[in-house]
Design a protein around this ligand. Structure first.
Ligand SMILES: [Zn+2]
Length: 340
């Protein structure tokens, strides 16, 4: 009997220990910071001749919830709102699309069951009219919308495609029943590379081999960083928390130490760079707040048309008045998401 209790106690400890290791542990002390050379990004972005972009739009394609501790290790067992998005950088010098949304099936796999097919259609139209398309990394919730899009073959030449993203994208095209023949030759590069006036990219391997940091400087001087899923959630950065090992080592394997090193680098950069906006593109609560922040225009609808409707839609509250595109096409889906 006594032996039985001892075995039970040891088993219980093992289960608790494993749960702590897989879901909660976030000791980052010994992990070296990976510095981010924003000077190199600024120089690359400035090297491309032409007018810098005016604005960045954001379109939310899918929403759902996930246990917080999965994407933010030790972040608690409550539910966190998650979402999938694409960004459109636009101005007189052209348009750059950052990431491409995903299909309804892919969203469902990630428990983002609130899927906005019309929003994904707008992302497809934005790919058709974009000058450049760039992916933060080669996971299906970022490249899946491109792979599944009707205009894929026509738009492939617009891709900025690092060699590290090439094969995963070709595989995703295969899953979508498409040929990879239209893909451009992959880009070989090191350090910061100019993509368009005011836009530059540098490798940030860790979450995936092809992860990259995208930098945008608007004509207004406002600066943005898109680190993809290095910081999916705002708490990854504000609390220096990586993903849980269950996700980082098993479900969606990544180099967790590299990711935490980059998070430390982003923190240092953020502290030194007032006014820098860092995108947390799976963080539904953060995305919803952007409609009042003014850093992003909400939705991929025609900005001129949306702006013309502004006065009638904004007479209600001051928080809505602060949003330049509050009654844009995606606003209703945003509001529904917040309620749901
Ligand atoms: Zn992702």
């Amino acid at each position: 009997m006594r032996t039985g209790w001892k075995i039970a106690a040891v088993l219980l400890l093992a289960v608790v220990g494993a749960a702590y290791w897989l879901l909660i542990d976030n000791r980052t002390g010994p992990i070296a910071e990976r510095p981010i050379d924003i000077g190199a990004l600024r120089r690359a972005a400035a090297a491309m001749p032409g007018p810098r972009p005016d604005a960045i739009d954001l379109e939310i394609v899918a929403q759902g919830t996930s246990p917080a501790t999965l994407l933010v290790a030790g972040g608690g067992f409550g539910k966190a709102g998650i979402a999938a998005v694409a960004f459109r950088v636009r101005g007189p010098g052209g348009t750059v699309l950052i990431d491409s949304g995903l299909t309804r099936e892919q969203a469902g796999t990630l428990d983002m069951t609130d899927y906005d097919a019309a929003a994904q259609q707008r992302v497809e139209a934005a790919m058709d009219s974009a000058d450049h398309i760039v992916f933060t990394h080669e996971h299906y919730d970022h490249i899946g919308g491109f792979a599944a899009s009707r205009g894929m073959a026509n738009n492939a030449a617009k891709l900025f495609l690092p060699r590290t993203q090439y094969l995963p994208l070709a595989a995703e095209l295969g899953r979508a029943g498409k040929s990879a023949q239209a893909l451009p030759p992959p880009v070989e590069r090191q350090g910061a590379t100019a993509l368009a006036p005011g836009v530059a990219v540098m490798p940030m391997p860790g979450h995936t081999p092809g992860s990259q940091l995208i930098y945008v400087a608007l004509a207004s001087g406002r600066e943005y960083l898109f680190p993809g899923d290095v910081t999916s959630m705002e708490r990854n950065l504000s609390e220096t928390r990586g993903r849980s090992r269950l996700v980082a080592d098993w479900l969606a394997p990544e180099n967790r130490r590299a990711v935490i090193g980059w998070i430390k680098g982003l923190r240092t950069l953020q502290a030194r760079t007032p006014g820098l906006t860092i995108a947390f593109q799976h963080d539904r609560d953060w995305l919803l707040r952007q409609r009042n922040d003014g850093a992003f225009h909400i939705g991929f609808g025609d900005p001129a048309r949306v702006q013309a409707r502004k006065p009638a839609g904004q007479a209600q509250t001051t928080s809505v008045q602060a949003a330049p595109f509050a009654d844009g096409p995606a606003f209703s889906s945003l509001t529904q998401g917040a309620a749901g």
